[in-house]
Design a protein around this ligand. Sequence first.
Ligand SMILES: [Zn+2]
Length: 301
Amino acid sequence: MSEGFSLETPFRDPFKLSELRFGSGPLKVALVAGLHGTELTGVHALNLVAGALRMSRVQGQVVLIPIVNAHGVEQGTKRWPFDDRDINRAFPGDPSGSAVERIAYALLASTQAEVCVDVHSGSAAIRELPQVRVPLSGAELGLARSMQLPMLWRRAGDRLEATGLVGAWRERGVSAMHVVGGRAGTLDVGHARTLAHGLLRLLHHLKVLKHAVADPAEALVDTTRQGVRYHYSDVGGFWVPEVRVGDRVEPGHLLGAVTEVVGGQRVEAVRAERAGIVMSMRAYPVVHARELLVRVAEAIS
Ligand SMILES: [Zn+2]
């Protein structure tokens, strides 16, 4: 492990941007997680990838940065805890700016690779199926498909804001992907493993790794905005799910119910309207009206 960048902080140990580098030569791939301090499933996923890379011959150079916002991880905050700023809104950063701007600048400098991936989780209320989000066309599409994650979401203008890391990478002409899995504030070990396998398939596809990870038993759901059905609550209450992310559902399948917080009487049943995979599920049960409960995705070619 090396420290690519260090920053003095008041009354604390210095902040260090810790990098794991494998192989040699030009930097081919950069994998980043922990830009948001509460999103820990990606941290574990990258550590699993590091374990596999330690056991392998690596062609070209790979850098892993499993935790960017280390102080946020320590304090359980998504943003940088000193000034509550989102590092993922601070790109391209500034070497003489605020702490967050300097971290963003240093991170971009450490990840000058051909292919870059930034791993996130859902919010604290929503658990996300491991998925990769890419634009409707372009180099990222083939790379994303090689990962064979349970879901690929093609989205118009996905994360193109250059103040975000993926957008900043794309501004530099890099093939960059946004990977999401699990839920903020928790470690979803199974989802971390799924994400790690996807990242290792990508490294194999890019000929960084010789050995392939077997493809998953089920085909991935490749979809667009038209294929994703959002279910919101009509009323406030206590959300009791009947399915989990990754479950396949048919039209009419009971996804869950909103019940009275006290007494448990069902006030709203939520049923699938189309066949597909449960890609997002409300994990925090207390819900207000018009909040997201479930997203179901169907394949759209
Ligand atoms: Zn995030």
